[in-house]
Design a protein around this ligand. Structure first.
Ligand code: BES
Ligand code: ZN
Length: 464
């Protein structure tokens, strides 16, 4: 005899094309949170996700914040365990647009058979991923009368720009939001055949630094050699941020750094380094000496220059000493590092190296710590079992080099643990041109969320 879950899964299979069309509608909205020019699109996207949640049988509200809106929806079985689902409907900028093969906000299906994928900014990060649980909720609603859990959905519109409104919002609404457990749908699988639950995320510190010198751009023949060149100085200072062994030279940077608890497990993972490098179009890895690639991306802190600008970059030559130079610099943090201390140490690093005749303007874009989540709980075991059945394969507990600030906020403000269940792949090109999400991941992700809901509904009364 078929169970309700069987019927929900069949319904998901039968309505997959419609699910895909709904995802396309969401992807067409250019909800770039970091760019004020897109504020209207971000608002429109919030309204659209609220509509999709209502169609899935939930009560949805778009809450205004000092920044972009938060979408909150509630529903499901009022007597069930309370699960808070999180995703973000904002996306990274599409730049550089000229490197896209198709229009960045026009979802396009590419590939054949099991290789079919949807190409669009936000396909994997994070609209495709949030739509997986929304579609699973819709299927439970249409087949079984609603999710077997009491659910709250929180969709954020500022994740890609540092989540400035998140903590105040969680504080204000903590009684309504506080769940038994959270499900965060914004990470990846181990590979196409193997599901994963992420148990550690790196933190982030991000600075915008501007070095100014002369009062205006100067002729480099008239002044060059006799006056300070902010771009020469800025790049010299940036170039000194790493030593020859790939270690970061900022004083105190490694203070307190420890190997995360889950690192031991990672040593046993069968990591395909060549495939990982291939997803970046490379054959060799670089970084801190004497560290594996998994350590470098999951458990070691890093510093990256994310952008540099200044001076003349147009066609042909222009002999000029630019009055100022700018750079965006960020650090990925690991357990034991205090984001505020790292930010202060970085600022001090720049300030103690101020070239004569120059001044800095330094602006922070948010700070968040590395996060470790529980690696064993009845919730996690339920999710692992459900994923194992769906994929007919063991679930890998892995780390993640990226940051999802909400996970720390759920811990500190709501006192809740998160299950980081995601279906992205290393070659999804998140934050890059031609971002994509495999349709098989989308389909299996919807099925998995439906099955995880069933598994969590059965977690025993002793589980908290
Ligand atoms: N979905 C990503 C986090 C992620 C990255 C998961 C790679 C799995 C693999 C998330 O949306 C993201 O990009 N976060 C930002 C956070 C930042 C802007 C505070 C990040 O990691 O850069
Ligand atoms: Zn994301």
């Amino acid at each position: 005899m078929s169970t309700t879950l069987d019927r929900v899964l069949d319904h998901i299979d039968a309505s997959f094309d419609a699910s895909l069309e709904r995802l396309k509608t969401l992807l067409r909205v250019p909800s770039v949170s970091t760019d004020p020019a897109h504020a209207g699109d971000v608002q429109a996207c919030a309204e659209l996700t609220a509509d999709l949640l209502r169609q899935a049988g939930l009560d949805a509200t778009v809450h205004t914040t000092p920044g972009h809106p938060m979408v909150v929806a509630t529903g499901g079985n009022p007597d069930g365990h309370h699960v808070l689902y999180y995703g973000h409907y904002d996306v990274q900028p599409a730049d550089p647009i000229e490197l896209w093969d198709t229009a960045p906000f026009e979802p396009t299906i590419a590939g054949e058979g099991d290789e079919r994928r949807i190409v669009c900014r936000g396909a994997a990060d994070d609209k495709g991923q949030l739509m997986m649980f929304v579609e699973a909720m819709r299927a439970w609603h249409e087949v079984g009368g609603g999710m077997p859990l009491r659910i709250t959905v929180l969709l954020e519109g500022e994740e890609e720009s540092g989540s400035p409104s998140l903590d105040p919002f969680l504080q204000e609404h903590c009684d309504m939001l506080r769940p038994d457990v959270c499900i965060v749908s914004d990470t990846g699988m181990w590979n196409r055949q193997t599901p994963a639950i992420t148990t550690m995320l790196r933190g982030l510190v991000y600075l915008d630094v501007k070095l100014s010198g002369p009062s205006h751009d100067l002729h480099s023949g008239m002044y060059g050699g006799a006056v300070v060149n902010p771009l020469n100085e800025l790049t010299r200072i940036l170039g000194g941020l790493h030593d020859n062994d790939g270690r970061i030279t900022v004083e105190g940077f490694y203070d307190g750094v420890r190997d995360p608890a889950s690192a031991k497990q990672w040593a046993t993972l069968d990591f395909d380094e060549a495939a990982f490098l291939d997803s970046a179009g490379l054959q060799q890895s670089t970084g801190e000496a004497n560290r594996t690639v998994l350590e470098r991306i999951w458990s070691r802190p890093t510093l990256d220059i994310n952008g540099i600008c200044g001076g003349y970059t147009g066609e042909g030559a222009k002999t000029v000493i630019a009055a100022e130079g700018r750079a965006k610099v960020s650090c990925r943090l690991v357990p034991g590092q205090d984001p505020q201390c790292i930010e202060a140490a970085l600022i001090a690093h720049f300030e103690t190296r101020t070239p004569p005749g120059c001044t800095w303007a330094i602006q922070g874009h948010g700070c968040n710590p590395a996060i470790e989540v529980e690696t064993d709980s009845p919730w996690l075991r339920g999710a692992v079992d459900a994923l194992g059945t769906e994929f007919d394969n063991d679930t890998v507990l892995c780390g993640c080099g990226g940051s999802i600030p909400v996970v720390g906020s759920f811990q500190s403000i709501l006192g809740a643990q998160s299950l980081l269940v995601g279906f992205g792949l290393d070659d999804d090109r998140v934050h890059s041109p031609n971002e994509k999400f495999d349709l098989i991941c989308l389909h299996k992700g919807i099925r998995s969320h439906a099955a995880i809901a069933e598994a969590l509904a059965h977690v025993g009364a002793t589980a908290t």
